[in-house]
Write a protein that binds this ligand. Structure first.
Ligand SMILES: NC(=O)c1ccc[n+]([C@@H]2O[C@H](COP(=O)([O-])OP(=O)(O)OC[C@H]3O[C@@H](n4cnc5c(N)ncnc54)[C@H](O)[C@@H]3O)[C@@H](O)[C@H]2O)c1
Ligand SMILES: [Zn+2]
Length: 353
């Protein structure tokens, strides 16, 4: 069971956790950015990690690879880590995914604590037990379900994050809100990211993480209910891949935000999802995330990408998680090519493209 701590006094929470666990040695894993921006600051505040060695990997998802993983294993070995040690992952999803997997596999498993430093990491990657690396050109191809002993979630490291990274994480919060209910969605749409109100955001973040955790606890290995968390992602992944092929990559959460709109259009067409709710989300997304430009010439490639999504089991149809209404997901929904093309047409109308 993963202990979740929501607190902006990260160093004292970490010291308390380490005090209770009493490990033989603490090893920090960070990337080049989080080592400079976060670890150095935490060393001044936390007695327990003031002297702990840091294993620093290059930042960016391209480095969530076997080479970085092997470097972390090597360093853990060279520094004398054992199964009674503790790994502390300090970073965004890239660090918690790779560091978590490194810890879970080194000497058959070293306990680890995650300290997410991005909003996407805090609301999604650091929580829920999925760890891994990209391999053979495929995202998250190698990995394990391995929950952190504790995740210390705060908003204290966000001021150095570019606003686009914050918005990217916020899209996953919107997804959780849509899965949970009207009240949660309203709260999220009322909050203004640009305000940078740390304690308000921490409260919203806590509610959002609880929504994910509730789902994950009921289905830790993604056999059913956990698929609800794919809302917005079938189309989102296709947009992400299309953007990459145009050599104009977009942040994951932006693709998810546009994917949510298109999947709610499909929900409206198939399940009678309210058009007022759909319009509200579409204008929120347009205002905050802008539009992803597509023409009807992109449709065949988008359909191909959706059919080949790794979560799609039957290549003849496309699987979606849709919503009957806010808070009421319908798993294992499918859509025909014509439905998807209609939804893409309606998206272009709504986004004036
Ligand atoms: N395990 C899961 O369930 C899960 C869920 C969602 C995403 N993910 C994974 O998470 C990764 C994406 O996570 P991410 O968006 O956090 O990316 P990331 O970890 O690559 O961080 C984005 C960038 O921000 C920098 N950064 C981190 N914290 C910072 C801070 N406080 N101030 C300034 N810069 C900072 C990083 O160095 C990096 O350059 C992907 O690899 C994705 O596959 C995993
Ligand atoms: Zn996502």
């Amino acid at each position: 069971m993963q202990e979740l701590i929501f607190d902006n006094n990260v160093a004292s929470c970490l010291d308390r956790c380490i005090g209770v666990m009493a490990p033989q040695g603490v090893f920090v894993i960070a990337d080049t950015n989080t080592n400079d921006l976060v670890v150095n600051r935490m060393r001044a505040e936390s007695q327990r990690i003031a002297q702990a060695p840091a294993i620093v990997i290059n930042s960016g998802d391209v480095n969530k690879n076997l080479e970085s993983l092997s470097y972390v294993w090597e360093q853990l070995g060279a520094l004398g880590a054992s199964r009674h040690s503790l790994v502390v992952n300090v970073g965004g999803g890239m660090v918690t995914d790779l560091g978590g997997f490194a810890a879970a596999t080194f000497k058959r498993g070293v306990p680890f604590i995650n300290i997410p430093t991005t909003l996407l990491g805090a609301v999604d990657a650091a929580v829920g037990g999925k760890t891994g690396i990209n391999f053979n050109g495929l995202k998250n191809e190698i990995g394990a379900f391995a929950p952190a002993c504790a995740v210390i979630i705060s908003t204290t490291f966000f001021p150095t994050l570019p606003e686009a990274e914050l918005l990217s994480g916020y899209a996953e919060m919107l997804k959780h809100g849509l899965l949970a209910g009207r009240k949660e969605c309203d709260e999220l749409m009322r909050y203004n990211i640009a305000d940078n109100d740390q304690s308000h955001l921490l409260k919203l973040l806590e509610e959002s993480v609880r929504i994910k955790v509730d789902i994950v606890e009921k289905d830790p290995h993604e056999r059913g209910l956990r698929k609800a968390l794919n809302l917005g992602h079938t189309v989102g992944h296709a947009f992400e891949a299309l953007a990459l092929s145009r050599e104009q990559p977009v942040l994951h959460g932006y693709a998810v935000a546009w994917g949510l709109v298109i999947e709610l259009i499909l929900s409206h067409l198939q399940l009678g999802f309210s058009s007022a709710e759909l319009q509200r989300l579409a204008s929120y997304v347009l205002q905050n995330y802008g539009a992803f430009h597509i023409t009807c010439h992109d449709y065949p490639e988008l359909l191909r990408l959706m059919r080949h999504d790794k979560k799609n089991l039957n290549p003849d149809t496309v699987n979606f998680t849709l919503l009957r209404k806010v808070g009421d997901p319908v798993l294992n929904s499918t859509a025909t090519d014509d439905d998807i093309k209609t939804a893409l047409d309606l998206y272009r109308d709504l986004f004036h493209i």
